[in-house]
Design a binder for this molecule. Structure first.
Ligand code: NDP
Length: 245
């Protein structure tokens, strides 16, 4: 362990990339708040894996699109640990449809979770993250790929990238960095569910490194930005994608 007495809130940490981030930051010495939406069992399992490995973790249910729920979670984390040092905005959903076919429910749900969610947490973080803190947002390399059916999802992530750049500047004088990681195709339910094996294979081969990302690949990049070695990186978007774009 290289960091101590620091707390990291990871949204959407019950599964996929968020769970890998939570595990890695716990190994690095952070106390973890494992946020989730509905999957309490997976969140509790992860917290006990972290605790058994000698780390500290607390689970916190909150739909990130709900400002009141996010505020309650933040209050509870501060009450338990005295403050939050690192915010990882990882929770997200992906619903694909051509812009011509995307209905309002598809649009509103993605805007609510992927864009309003990070805004809800960043609004609190901007005022209450501890000195020396780090904010790390999850964007996506689809912002640079422009594939059909990804329009609404990519728009939410482009919005996250814009807020990343702006908040980095708004936090001048606070010694807080704000960055985003933009993964490429990564082997989680969000990417794999509903895709035929042949499509997965084709997408896996798109990157020059010719494989899908693993959640741990993304967690490694987040750990860099959250840890001492990432201290001078601010207002940047880091594409962690094997070179796909
Ligand atoms: P998964 O679908 O595997 O996991 C999503 C996580 O987000 C779960 O923990 C889920 O909680 C949580 N979540 C969903 N909705 C909410 C909500 N309203 N409030 C709080 N938590 C919520 O996704 P990934 O791990 O693949 O994706 C993580 C992030 O990485 C997302 O932002 C995604 O857009 C981004 N990304 C993913 C890529 C990929 O190829 N996988 C590529 C580029 C970016 P629960 O278990 O309770 O449902």
């Amino acid at each position: 362990m290289t960091v101590s007495n620091k707390t990291a809130l990871v949204t959407g940490a019950s599964r996929g990339i968020g769970a890998a981030i939570a595990k890695r930051l716990a190994q690095d010495g952070f106390t973890i708040i494992v946020n989730y939406a509905g999957n309490a069992a997976a969140a509790e399992d992860l917290a006990s894996v972290i605790e058994k490995a000698g780390g500290r973790a607390l689970t916190a249910q909150a739909d990130v699109s709900d400002p009141a729920a996010v505020a309650r979670m933040w209050d509870a984390a501060e009450a338990a640990f005295g403050g939050i040092d690192v915010l990882v905005n990882n929770a997200g959903i992906m619903r694909l449809a051509r812009i011509a076919d995307a209905d309002d429910a598809l649009f509103d749900s993605q805007i609510g979770i992927n864009l309003k969610g990070p805004r809800n947490t960043m609004r609190l973080a901007a005022k209450r993250l501890r000195e020396g803190g780090r904010i790390i947002n999850l964007s996506s390399s689809v912002v640079g790929l422009y594939q059909p059916t990804y329009g609404i999802y990519a728009a939410t992530k482009a919005g996250v990238e814009a807020m990343t750049h702006v908040l980095a500047r708004e936090l001048r004088g606070r010694n807080i960095t704000v960055n985003a990681i933009a993964p490429g195709p990564t082997a989680t339910a969000l990417f794999l569910d509903g895709k035929p094996a042949a499509v997965v294979e084709t997408l896996a081969k798109l990157a020059p490194l010719e494989r899908l990302g693993r959640p741990e690949d993304i967690a490694n990049a987040v750990a860099f930005l959250a840890g001492p070695d990432g201290a001078w990186i601010n207002g940047q978007i880091l594409r962690a994608n094997g070179g796909i774009v």
